[in-house]
Design a protein around this ligand. Structure first.
Ligand SMILES: C[S@@+](CC[C@H](N)C(=O)[O-])C[C@H]1O[C@@H](n2cnc3c(N)ncnc32)[C@H](O)[C@@H]1O
Length: 411
């Protein structure tokens, strides 16, 4: 699938996609999302201003800029705002040439032993993630980037993306959706391969990949904004006639958990507590401290409850499952947040704007949570018209999990 799409549109399918493809690490921009966004942009080609209130790695923003649209993307996670901005930026040939020079300078300094490695980031049990040699190389490489690049320069950003790709390649961790495991360090085939190539060559190869994708510049410039999708008027003064987004699904996946290695190495997280705090701010987050806060969370009186939602919550709370009540709270809070978002988004849309919410349903203890129907009912209650559910694909061959586009027209 990825190869096919790479051939069709090499320019942005892979532009700074830090996903290694090796273990599904950071599966936030699978090629599949690009295809969906592309189709929705083509279907609404007359519409000019695009909003993605849950930007993630910036798929909607990047595709929209290649279609010449004005686009604003919002995310609550500052690392993802940096990542999407770096992907969507225009790079001059001078910047590319200078980045290559800096890359050579860093390589020479590593060879000559002129760099003091930075301290390892405070990731718990870091030796499980990287063996000693790999960790030392990463610390030295990061020191080179920090020493030779001006802060907030495009060259530094390109080198940091390269660094992100390398840290995945050298890692012992296997990331797969909600579960994460560590490979047996002695049977790390890739590592053996990379060792023989040598770390410095790995850096040169990865920098080549990133630079060659960076040369495909988009037509327009995206604005990527750090903000909260429940309060969009604070994030933008613009009005939009098209919304394409994939909000978090209510499936207990934590983006912060998945993104931890990047966020620690790049300084977006300094201690474990911050990860839990950010997950609590994030819609659908339940990791670390967020879980215990969820136990205390109470819905407010203006919380929205559809019949489907209240039936589902009763089933969960009345089940004899150990975490039934906690999960009922989780689902209830998720939709309370989405309700706040939908009320906020209305105010930044033009009349007759088209909205597309790509959502997945979920399973809790064998009960199907009909996410798409709840979105449909909520959109109607907020005043949207022509609300329609279009199935997109099955997400899992064994379980009843699907993805849908819930589309509507704003009042
Ligand atoms: C499913 S991902 C988006 C994937 C995206 N389509 C992409 O290209 O990677 C959902 C995103 O919503 C963000 N998010 C969660 N709560 C948010 C909030 N309250 N405001 C803005 N963004 C939020 C998360 O940080 C995550 O990046």
């Amino acid at each position: 699938m990825q190869t096919a799409i790479l051939k069709q549109r090499p320019d942005y399918t892979y532009k700074f996609n830090v996903e290694s493809g090796r273990h599904g690490w950071l599966r936030l921009t699978p090629a599949y999302s690009v295809k969906i966004v592309e189709e929705l942009l083509v279907e609404s080609s007359a519409r000019q201003s695009v909003l993605d209130p849950f930007s993630g790695t910036g798929t909607t923003a990047l595709c929209s800029t290649y279609h010449g649209k004005n686009v604003v993307s919002v995310d609550i996670n500052s690392f993802l705002v940096w990542l999407a901005s770096t992907k969507c930026r225009h790079y001059t040939s001078d910047t590319m040439a200078y980045t290559r020079e800096l890359g050579n300078l860093i390589t020479r300094s590593i060879h000559n032993g002129n760099l003091d490695p930075i301290s390892a980031p405070p990731i718990f049990d870091i030796q499980r993630w990287w063996n000693e040699d790999e960790l030392l190389f990463l610390r030295t490489l990061k020191s080179g980037i920090d020493s030779f690049c001006a802060t907030e320069s495009p060259e530094r950003d390109i080198l940091l993306i390269t660094f992100c790709r390398i840290l995945i390649k050298l890692s012992n961790a296997a990331f797969n959706h909600q579960s994460m495991s560590f490979k047996d360090q002695h049977t790390n085939q890739l590592l053996i391969l990379d060792r023989s190539l040598d770390f410095v060559r790995l850096f040169a190869n990865e920098l080549d990949v990133v630079l060659s994708s960076a040369q495909h510049n988009p037509i327009t410039t995206a604005k990527i904004v750090l903000g909260d999708a429940r309060d969009l008027e604070k994030c933008t003064q613009d009005k939009f006639d098209l919304l394409i987004t994939s909000p978090p699904y209510p499936n207990r996946m934590s983006y912060i958990r998945e993104l931890r290695p990047y966020m620690y190495w790049l300084g977006y997280l300094k201690e474990a507590r911050e990860a839990g705090d950010l997950d609590w701010e994030t819609i659908g987050g339940t990791w670390g401290i967020a879980t215990s806060r969820l136990m205390q969370w109470k819905p407010t009186s203006d919380n929205y409850l559809t019949d489907e939602l209240s039936q589902f919550l009763s089933k969960l709370s009345e089940s004899n499952e150990k975490n039934g009540v906690l999960l009922a709270n989780y689902v209830s809070k998720y939709f309370s947040d989405i309700w706040n978002h939908l009320n906020s988004v209305r105010r930044v849309l033009t009349t007759n704007a088209k909205v597309n919410y790509i959502v997945g349903n979920s399973l809790f203890y064998g009960f199907v949570l009909p996410v798409e129907i709840i979105y449909q009912n909520m959109l109607k209650s907020v005043g949207f018209d022509h609300v329609k559910i279009t199935p997109i694909r099955k997400r899992n061959s064994k379980k009843a999990l699907f993805e849908y586009n819930v589309s509507a027209i704003s009042p």
